[in-house]
Design a protein around this ligand. Sequence first.
Ligand code: GLN
Length: 308
Amino acid sequence: MMTELDNALLEEIVQQVRPLIGQGKVADYIPALAEVPADRMGIAICTLDGREYYAGDAGERFSIQSISKVLSLTLALTRYQEHEIWQRVGKEPSGQPFNSLVQLELEQGKPRNPFINPGALVVCDMLQTRLSAPRQRMLEVVRQLAGQPDLVYDTRVARSEFEHSDRNAAIAYLMKSFGNFENEVLSVLQTYFNYCALRMSCRELARTFVYLANQGRPLASETALLSPRQARQINALMVTCGMYNGAGEFAYRVGMPGKSGVGGGIIAVVPDEMCIAVWSPELDPAGNSLAGTAALEQLAQRIGRSIF
Ligand code: GLN
């Protein structure tokens, strides 16, 4: 039986998955993330007809982390020809953790896809080449999409990431050694960490990413951000690569294009219908929100949605 979408349904799902909190692990590679209270749980939906539903801590901002990789790719698609992007980064799932180096060495510095760290670093490098102020430009774009002029980077998180950046720096330098990096590594890392350190709430995320459900067009805008074809292509990449080495499990359980971040957020897209954002800081072994995935699985079942 399919259930009607409303706030009460989302509230019920939050209550249902809350007992899972305690089974995962909050990201602790930097202190600023390790401090986030593990008991937070939020869910928000933005539909194409502009309705919003939400429950739990849907209004509390958190570090969006790798969810920003979708925004970087979107921005790159507005500044580059598609072939220019895909000659520097692939479109294949990696089946490896998001910060792995092994394939990079074997594949001559070309990252598997734009949604793992190596791929996102290449995309940030490209943005750095074509944008005079890539950090400011990203802020303008998300503020516009979310309808929130006060969105900012969490400078403490960004700084802390930079202080613990050995692995991401190694990834970038390895790509540079293969000729797949144009700018100063340290400066691109700064841009990348700032993007990761954007703070947004579930409600803001659902509104921001609804363009992926709406054929590339933000809700309140006459002008499209991406073409319908490009929006479909990003959704396809999210299905195969959005959850790292948990992409298969997520497609099996949730059945929607999704992108996670180590802050515990996940966005999911129901094409031509809605964007969903969930947040619960504890992660599963692949680095995806444990209770957040369960909430999306419940929701997909209750409202009877899947792209498959
Ligand atoms: N800032 C994190 C990193 O670069 C982002 C990773 C993630 O969210 N999966 O390691």
